[in-house]
Design a protein around this ligand. Structure first.
Ligand code: DC
Length: 221
């Protein structure tokens, strides 16, 4: 099995680029952020705050997160219910960021993520894939872009979906999430020592996909 780890901050274009590169290479695309979103939303629905660690641990015991692939697209199921569409809101992003800082939540998703990479050739994106989840990945990429560019992309994406959003709010949310994700004690966002840094500011999606695919092809020889 071949594993490609793509880490980086929110809005760097990881999921779009990883999905396209996976299609081109015939790999399975695994979006680990969606798993944290699913857990975060579940905790919110149960009225549990990220500070209530014991309640979180208890809730995890009754929680089953399952990943399915349908037409090459990842679906996330929580206790059998497909939540793939409902976890893409700004509140779900915040919940994911808050709950992902808890060791019990990271432990809970770790096996699921490793298992997917054992059974499939994957392009997996997240924050700690190259450093913690798949340290053996043959290709590791740290994909970034400036905060302003990342906020602009997210703004366009949400606007296209017909959502009323403010650019300034997205930018400040993004900076806050960057800070939270890179300053937490456990599995903070940082490039693996052997990761290739790829700055997508000013690059088109095709250029980013091309770069990822050529890194993978070079490794395959
Ligand atoms: O990639 P995303 O925006 O869907 O991720 C949502 C949140 O989940 C993000 O703020 C940090 C967290 N996350 C994480 O801690 N580790 C991962 N491997 C993926 C996401």
């Amino acid at each position: 099995m071949t594993a490609v780890a793509i880490d980086g901050p929110a809005g760097a274009g990881k999921s779009t680029a990883a999905r396209a590169a996976a299609k081109r290479l015939g790999f399975v695309y695994v979006d680990t952020g969606a798993m944290y979103r699913a857990v975060g939303c579940r905790m919110r629905a149960l009225g549990i705050a990220a500070g209530e660690v014991e309640r979180v641990e208890q809730a995890l015991e009754g929680l089953e997160v399952t990943i399915r692939f349908s037409n090459g697209e990842q679906r996330v199921l929580v206790n059998g219910e497909d939540v793939t569409g409902s976890i893409r809101t700004p509140d779900a992003s915040r919940a994911a960021s808050e709950f992902s800082a808890l060791p019990c939540v990271r432990r809970f998703l770790f096996d699921l993520q490793q298992d997917l990479a054992k059974k499939n050739s994957v392009i997996m994106d997240g924050r700690d894939i190259g450093t913690v989840v798949l340290p053996w990945a043959q290709v590791k990429i740290f994909l970034t872009a400036s905060p302003e560019e990342r906020a602009r992309r997210r703004f366009e994406e949400l606007k296209a979906k017909g959502e009323e959003v403010s650019y300034d709010e997205i930018l400040s949310d993004m900076k806050e999430r960057d800070y939270q994700d890179s300053h937490r004690e456990i599995a903070p966002l940082r490039p693996a020592e052997d990761a290739v840094l790829l700055d997508s500011t000013g690059l088109t999606l095709d250029e980013v996909v091309e770069r990822i695919a050529s890194l993978v092809e070079a490794k395959r020889g």
